[in-house]
Design a protein around this ligand. Structure first.
Ligand code: BDP
Length: 685
C-alpha cells in the first residue's frame, strides 16, 4: 500500500454478518435532482459501496416502486432536521421504510452525509435504524497551502506542490480530483491555494485561467478557491505608483481585479492576506492600518459572496517582546473591520511552537470574527520524520478558557462566533500536502490532515475518537492494533514536547530550517529569531519573565488567566517557562527542582520514543507491510533525533545550571561541541 488512497481506501470488507447487512441495505442508490454536487455524492457513494461491499450498486433516478432496499439521496431545503446550528451544509441520515435516506439542505450537505455513511461502513458501525444528523460548527473550513508558483512549498516536507502550474489550465492532473475528494470527505469547503508570502503572479490573467481550472475541479465537491494576495500587486502587475489602500486608483484596481476574478470563478471564496509581516508589504507602508487595508479589499469584493481573511501574524524587529506584537497592532482595531473581514490568528502568540499558551487575541476582539489558524505541516514538529499527531494541540487551543466574558469563554466560542454572536466563522489549517505518493511524507501526517477537517466540522469530537476513525479507515480495523495505534498517536505530541521543549521552553530550534535543537543560537538577522531571546538561560535560572516584573505580556490576558499563570506556583508546568524565569534549584510541584525536572523530561521523552517503537512493532501483523516499514523507519529517525535534542539541550543548559545529570539518568556520551557540530551538518554550513 503506497498510501495514495488516504482514508478513502474502500477495500472490500471481510466476510461478516455485518457485511451481509450492509449488502442487503445497499442494493441501489437513488439520486433525485441534477445538482452537480449531488451527482458527485452519488458517484462517490457508488464507488465506496462497490469497493467495500464487493458488489455493483446501480445509481437510479428514483426509488419509487423499487422493491429492493437502497439508499436515497435527496436535497431537502427544510431546515429543522439538521441539528444545531442548522447550516446549508448539514445532513441527516435516517431509516425510512426499507431505505436509508441521506438528506442535505444542499448538494454539499448530501455529499457530507454520504461520506458520513461511508465512514460508518469503513469503521464497521451498525447501520440498522441509523439516525445521524450533523451540521458544521464553523462556516469557513479551509486548508491554506503555502505553495509557490515555482512548485516549491514553503515549510513543505512532502515533496513539491501538487499544483502543476505549467500544465494548467489544459491538463488537469487526476490528483486534483482525489485531493478534492479527500477534503470533502472530512468536511473542508475551501482552499487557499498559494503561499501567504504571495506572488503577484496569481492575479495575472494567465494565472487566473489556471486557478479557474482548479476551481472547476473543486466545485463539484463543494470546495471554493481562495487566493493569497501580494499587497503590492497594484504596483507590480498593475503599473500603479502606489499600493496605498486609500488611493482611489488602488481601490479601483482591486475592484476591477475582483470583478475579473468573479467573471472567471463565480464562486470565488475571497482573499487571504499577510501584510506588514516578515518583510511583506502592507498598508502600514503608507501610514494606514491593517483595517484600512482589509476594508479596502472587502469593498473590492463588492456584492460578491466573498470574504477577506486578514492575518494577525505580525511582529516587528526591536519590539520588547514578540509575544505582544499582534495584540498591540490588532486589539485597537477591533470594531473597525468591515463585515466581510475575518482576522486570522495563529493558535499561539509566537509561531506554531510545539506548545503555546492560547493567543491573547482570542477573546480580546469581540467585534471581529477571528479565524483560528493551525499548522498541519510540521514546521516545528519534526517535519515528516517525527510522528506527532496534532489533534491534541488543536484541541488544547480550542478548549482554552480565555475568561474574557467570564469563565467558559473558550477559544472555541470565539472561533465559532457564538461568544459574540458573529454571523461568520472560520478555521484554517496550513496544509502538509505535497507530491509524495502518500501526500504527507509521514504516513501518520495524513491523520493530521484528517483530524483538522473533522475538528473543523465538529470540534466536540475527541482527539482519540478521530484517531480511531482514521486508523480504522487507513491502517487496520483489528481492535487491539487500533487501540495501540490510537494510544501512540494520542501521546505523541506530549512526547515530542518533552524531548524538545519541555516546561514551556520555546523557539530553541535550528535557525531558519526550524529543525533540530539550537538553543545556543545567539546571533541571527533579528534578536527575536535567536533562541537566547526566548529561553533567557543564565546562572540563576531559565525562562522568559512575562509577568509585570518582566515584559508583562501576561497583562494581555483576562484577570483570571493572569492570576493563574502569573504565579509560578499555580502556573501549569506546561507553560511555566513561557511566563517565568525560574531558579535552577527552585522546587516544582513535582517535587523536583527545575533542573532535575527539565532533565527528567528530556530523558523520559526520549525514552518514550523507544516506547513508541515497541508499540508500533506489535501492530506489524495487522498493518500493510510497506506502511508498517515506512513508519518503523521514521520512528528510528525520531529516536536518533530525540537523543540529539536531549543531549543538545541538557548539555547546553548545564553550562548555566552547573548541576549534574540526576540519577538514574546517564549523562550524554558526547560533548556539547560534538552535538553542536551536528547542527552545522544539518544546515550544511
Ligand atoms: C513561520 C514560517 C514562515 C511563514 C510564517 C507565516 O517560518 O515560513 O511564512 O510563519 O505564517 O512559521 O507567515
Amino acid at each position: 500500500d503506497d498510501g495514495y488512497r488516504l482514508w478513502l481506501k474502500y477495500d472490500q470488507l471481510g466476510d461478516s454478518p455485518q457485511r451481509t447487512q450492509y449488502r442487503a441495505a445497499a442494493q441501489f442508490i437513488a439520486a433525485t435532482g441534477n445538482a452537480e454536487v449531488l451527482k458527485t455524492a452519488a458517484a462517490e457513494l457508488q464507488r465506496g459501496l462497490q469497493g467495500l461491499l464487493g458488489q455493483p450498486v446501480p445509481v437510479v433516478a428514483s426509488a419509487a416502486g423499487d422493491t429492493r432496499r437502497g439508499i436515497v439521496l435527496a436535497i431537502v431545503p427544510a431546515a429543522k432536521v439538521f441539528g444545531s446550528p442548522a447550516s446549508l451544509e448539514g445532513y441527516r441520515i435516517s431509516t425510512q421504510g426499507r431505505n436509508l435516506t441521506v438528506m442535505g439542505r444542499s448538494g454539499a450537505g448530501v455529499l457530507y452525509g454520504v461520506y458520513a455513511l461511508l465512514r460508518q461502513l469503513q469503521t464497521s458501525q451498525p447501520i440498522a435504524g441509523l439516525n445521524l444528523s450533523s451540521s458544521p460548527r464553523i462556516q469557513y473550513r479551509l486548508l491554506n497551502h503555502w505553495d509557490n508558483p515555482n512548485g516549491t512549498v514553503e515549510r513543505g516536507y512532502a515533496g513539491s506542490s501538487i499544483w502543476k502550474w505549467y500544465e494548467l489550465p489544459q491538463r488537469l492532473d487526476p490528483r486534483y480530483t482525489d485531493y478534492a475528494r479527500a477534503n470533502a470527505s472530512i468536511g473542508l469547503n475551501g482552499v487557499a491555494i498559494n503561499n501567504v508570502n504571495a506572488s503577484a503572479r496569481y492575479l495575472t490573467p494567465e494565472y487566473l485561467q489556471k486557478v479557474k481550472a482548479l476551481a472547476g475541479v473543486f466545485r463539484p465537491y463543494g470546495i471554493r478557491v481562495y487566493l493569497s494576495v501580494f499587497w503590492a500587486a497594484p504596483k507590480v502587475i498593475g503599473g500603479l505608483k502606489t499600493a496605498d489602500p486609500l488611493d482611489p486608483q488602488v481601490k479601483q484596481w482591486w475592484a476591477a481585479k475582483s470583478e475579473e476574478i468573479y467573471n472567471a470563478i463565480p464562486d470565488f471564496g475571497g482573499f487571504l492576506v499577510k501584510a506588514n509581516s516578515e518583510g511583506e508589504p502592507g498598508p502600514q507602508d503608507y501610514g494606514r492600518t491593517h483595517a484600512d487595508g482589509a476594508n479596502m479589499l472587502a469593498a473590492a469584493l463588492g456584492t460578491h459572496d466573498g470574504i477577506v481573511m486578514w492575518r494577525a501574524f505580525v511582529y516587528k524587529a526591536g519590539s520588547s517582546d514578540r509575544f505582544k506584537q499582534a495584540y498591540e497592532d490588532f486589539k485597537p482595531l477591533d470594531g473597525q473591520f468591515a463585515p466581510k473581514v475575518l482576522v486570522q490568528v495563529k493558535n499561539g502568540p509566537i509561531d506554531f511552537q510545539s506548545r503555546e499558551p492560547f493567543h491573547p487575541l482570542f477573546g480580546a476582539m469581540p467585534k471581529t470574527p477571528l479565524v483560528l489558524e493551525v499548522q498541519l505541516t510540521q514546521e516545528y514538529l519534526g517535519f515528516a520524520s517525527h510522528l506527532v499527531y496534532v489533534a491534541p494541540l488543536i484541541k488544547e487551543c480550542l478548549d482554552a478558557d480565555t475568561q474574557t466574558k467570564g469563565p467558559g469563554s473558550t477559544a472555541t466560542k470565539v472561533v465559532d462566533g457564538s461568544l459574540d454572536q458573529h454571523r461568520i466563522s472560520g478555521i484554517a489549517g496550513v496544509a502538509n500536502i505535497g507530491t509524495d505518493r502518500n501526500w504527507t511524507g509521514h504516513p501518520v501526517g495524513q491523520a493530521n490532515w484528517y483530524a483538522f477537517g473533522r475538528l473543523a466540522w465538529d470540534y466536540t469530537l475527541t482527539s482519540a475518537a478521530i484517531a480511531a476513525e482514521w486508523t480504522k479507515m487507513t491502517l487496520t480495523r483489528e481492535p487491539q492494533a487500533v487501540a495501540t495505534i490510537v494510544d501512540v498517536m494520542a501521546k505523541s505530541r506530549d512526547i515530542y514536547v518533552r524531548y524538545t521543549t519541555p516546561l514551556g521552553l520555546h523557539h530553541i530550534m535550528g535557525q531558519s530550517i526550524h529543525y533540530g535543537p539550537e538553543p545556543w543560537l545567539a546571533e541571527a538577522g533579528r534578536p527575536d529569531w535567536t533562541a537566547v531571546y526566548y529561553h533567557k538561560a543564565d546562572s540563576l535560572g531559565l525562562g522568559f519573565d512575562r509577568t509585570a516584573a518582566g515584559s508583562n505580556a501576561l497583562a494581555l490576558y483576562a484577570p483570571g488567566v493572569q492570576k493563574q499563570w502569573g504565579d509560578a506556583k499555580t502556573c501549569p508546568l506546561n507553560y511555566l517557562l513561557w511566563f517565568h524565569h525560574v531558579g535552577w534549584k527552585q522546587p516544582l510541584s513535582t517535587g523536583r527542582t527545575l533542573w532535575n525536572e527539565l532533565v527528567t523530561r528530556y530523558y523520559t521523552g526520549t525514552d518514550s520514543v523507544a516506547w513508541m517503537q515497541r508499540r508500533w512493532a506489535t501492530v506489524k501483523p495487522q498493518v500493510d507491510a510497506a506502511l508498517f516499514a515506512d513508519v518503523a523507519a521514521r520512528l528510528q529517525i525520531q529516536q536518533r533525533e530525540a537523543r540529539w535534542w536531549r543531549d543538545a539541550c541538557v548539555l547546553y543548559f548545564q553550562t548555566f545550571s552547573k548541576q549534574p545529570i540526576p540519577a538514574p539518568f546517564v549523562p550524554p556520551t558526547r560533548t556539547l561541541a560534538e552535538v553542536k557540530s551536528l547542527v552545522d551538518l544539518y544546515q550544511l554550513k
